[in-house]
Design a protein around this ligand. Sequence first.
Ligand code: TYD
Length: 142
Amino acid sequence: MIKNIKVKNSGIVKLQFFDDFPDGNLVIGESERNIPFKIKRFYFIDYLFNPKANRGFHAHKKTEQIIFCINGSFELNLDDGHDKQKIVMTDPHIGIRLGPKLWHTMKKFSRDCVILVVANDFYKKSDYIRDYQEFLRYIKTK
Ligand code: TYD
């Protein structure tokens, strides 16, 4: 399990968890409690059947997000422009903060992987930085 985050603008979010074995797990996130903002949007990514899939490759200017792997596993790579960190996402109860100005990529998805993301804002194309050199320039100016 991930213990330390060394990149900037990230962090660990722990969901509340009730183990009702063998009748299931109950996992809970609450706005402005364990989720550190008001949730305006969520999205999930599933059917990751391409073992060579690569996703992400962007940073946000302002949007805050928390990313969860609620089934299966994948590799999350974070880069704040100075430090990089690889996190293997396997624990459905642990989310990783994708704060502003954090370049992130995802790969090595298990076939049964399901990713859930909660965000503090609606989708805004203008909030995305999709060019890595532009990202490096952006973090120097802000
Ligand atoms: P993208 O951000 O490229 O996905 P990923 O970072 O996981 O590789 O999003 C793919 C497409 O979906 C892109 O055209 C933008 C669109 N999109 C929305 O319309 N709304 C959303 O909330 C998100 C996350 C993406």
